[in-house]
Design a protein around this ligand. Structure first.
Ligand code: FES
Length: 109
């Protein structure tokens, strides 16, 4: 993948899976990861298959990552900022309810 646009844009450093990654200010997280040759952003809850961004406009949810400890963040819709910590989302993200979310509604008794 080739980056287009200005090469002199200010840079920020984020972290992906514990490794530093240089991005351009204004990049989405997805654009920054793709520019860093990362293609797998998450794994599916059922089979564990790798997924990466498809639409880059907030529709497909294949770009879900964990950002600064918060799961289920759409990497294509969030702008990078200095020091941001990004991790792959493994399966359904845990939102702190004591169980993993499966995408369905939790019924109450
Ligand atoms: S790439 Fe489709 S929602 Fe982000």
């Amino acid at each position: 993948m080739r980056r287009i646009g200005r090469d002199d844009a200010p840079q920020v450093t984020i972290e992906f899976e514990g490794e530093p990654l240089t991005a351009r200010r204004g990049d989405s997280v997805a654009a920054a990861l793709l520019a860093g040759n990362h293609r797998s952003f998450r794994t599916t809850p059922v089979s564990g298959a790798a997924r990466g961004p498809f639409c880059m406009m907030g529709s497909c949810f294949d770009c879900l990552v964990e950002i600064d400890g918060a799961p289920n963040r759409q990497a294509c819709m969030i702008e990078v900022r200095e020091g941001m910590r990004v991790r792959r989302q493994r399966g359904a993200g845990d939102i702190g309810l004591g169980h993993s979310t499966g995408g369905g509604r939790e019924d109450t008794p």
